[in-house]
Design a protein around this ligand. Structure first.
Ligand SMILES: NC(=O)c1ccc[n+]([C@@H]2O[C@H](COP(=O)([O-])OP(=O)(O)OC[C@H]3O[C@@H](n4cnc5c(N)ncnc54)[C@H](O)[C@@H]3O)[C@@H](O)[C@H]2O)c1
Ligand SMILES: O=C(O)[C@H](O)[C@H](O)COP(=O)(O)O
Length: 383
């Protein structure tokens, strides 16, 4: 059993090595030749898996250790009897951590309180749904737009996208890339909708780059400079629009979901799916793979406002400014496309908010609700 695995998949040898011979290959270099002798292929999102890639192979299984599946032509795999699995929800918590860290950073820069803004979440699935829950737990007024869910579950609790745009100060995109059909998302935020954004709106995209018309956003930012764009995903990655990159308030290289926990969950989900396909046991658990976090606990005493405490704890685990600065630095050093991929390949260790226990001394007990809503484990009466 020969298993070709994207070299950016952590714990590949530990997991897939129990099922066969692991051949690591950089994701963008996986080609028909690489797969000639392969029985299984494990990718992340940068490998286009289509008929042209798999036609000459004897593959029996393809797995993507990611939530998104827009890089895989599932019909082409099905037509050849090649099994397929993805990893739904694997890094959803990490994306929400990233969004909260981004919004907290922007709120500090601009001098506003997030609790005073209305946030619109577009795409209320594993990521958007968790984001809504955490924001509402923090007392933030939110609207949700998710037409497929509204159709299936009833419209209560959902608004259409134009209503959301008209009523929200912050808009967060968490839609999959769907190229056709009644709920297609390519350029969901198109030039008309970008023009309709009120001055001062914050527009965050952590879904897929193609869900937003990057050229139209660049033009609006260049001409009027009256929006804050927080962009983690881009059209044409890694060769992204240099003008838009310069104008974005926070620009990160598609790493919102890059917690070690999220990546390991993705590996683990695909390892289990492949083992199942082969009729073999999958004995390794996430607990076997994830090391102890470098910062497992901290203690807060009185003296910090809720926003200060949230920022401090968020940044102790994931500071989005580090990713923004790293991309700027690498873009200067080696060019934007190479820098984009270099930041992703050498991404530093990052854990999720839930790995941090925050002990509160009596004077800080009022912080328990907000810290717990933000995703931290709160301990009262310890520390
Ligand atoms: N930036 C990152 O690092 C990162 C990490 C994880 C996922 N993602 C992207 O985010 C996407 C969403 O992730 P998820 O785990 O929430 O997926 P999900 O499938 O759980 O949820 C997606 C939601 O979007 C909704 N949706 C579909 N079409 C829509 C439309 N036209 N308008 C509004 N909503 C629509 C669906 O009904 C669903 O509820 C993924 O498909 C992936 O492309 C990006
Ligand atoms: O779809 C997902 O799960 C995310 O976009 C994921 O973070 C992609 O990771 P990549 O393929 O870019 O390593």
């Amino acid at each position: 059993m020969r298993i070709v695995v994207d070299a950016n998949v952590p714990a590949a040898e530990a997991c897939f090595g129990t099922l066969g011979e692991v051949v690591p290959v950089p994701g963008r270099e996986i080609a028909p030749d690489t797969l000639r002798e392969a029985d299984a292929l494990v990718v992340r999102s940068v490998t286009r898996v289509d008929e042209a890639l798999v036609a000459g192979s004897r593959l029996r299984f393809v797995g993507t250790c990611t939530i998104g599946t827009d890089h895989v032509d599932r019909a082409a795999l099905a037509a050849r009897g090649i099994g397929f699995a993805s990893a739904p929800g694997c890094n959803a918590e990490a994306v929400v951590d990233h969004v909260l860290s981004s919004l907290a950073t922007l709120a500090e820069r601009r001098g506003f309180r997030l609790a005073e803004r209305r946030v619109g979440v577009v795409g209320a699935g594993n990521v958007g749904g968790r984001l809504l829950a955490r924001l509402r737990g923090l007392g933030v007024d939110c609207l949700a737009c998710d037409p497929p869910r509204a159709e299936a579950e009833g419209a209560d609790g959902f608004v259409d996208l134009d209503t959301l745009i008209g009523r929200c100060d912050v808009i967060c995109l968490h839609t999959p890339l769907v190229r056709e059909g009644p709920h297609a998302t390519r350029h969901l935020m198109d030039a008309r909708r970008i023009a309709a954004l009120a001055p001062g709106t914050v527009l965050l995209n952590a879904g897929r780059g193609d869900c937003l018309d990057g050229g139209a956003l660049r033009e609006r930012l260049a001409e009027r400079g009256d929006l804050d764009a927080l962009l983690d995903v881009w059209e044409g990655e890694p060769g992204i629009d240099a003008g838009l990159f310069e104008l974005a308030e926070l620009a990160t290289p598609h790493v919102a979901g890059y917690s070690l926990d999220g990546k390991l969950r993705g590996t683990q989900q695909i390892y289990r799916a492949l083992a199942h396909r082969l009729g073999l046991p999958a004995r390794l658990t996430l607990g076997d793979l994830a090391p102890a976090p470098p910062l497992a606990s901290l203690t807060l005493d009185g003296g910090l406002s809720v926003d200060e405490a949230l920022r401090l704890c968020m940044r102790a685990v994931h500071d989005v400014r580090r990713d923004h600065d790293a991309l700027r630095r690498e873009a200067r050093r080696q060019g934007l496309a190479a820098g984009f991929d270099a930041c992703r390949a050498r991404y530093p260790l990052r854990r999720e908010f839930s790995t941090l226990a925050v002990a509160l001394r009596p004077a800080a007990e009022a912080l328990a609700g907000p810290l717990s809503a933000a995703g931290f484990r709160v301990e009262i009466g310890k520390g």
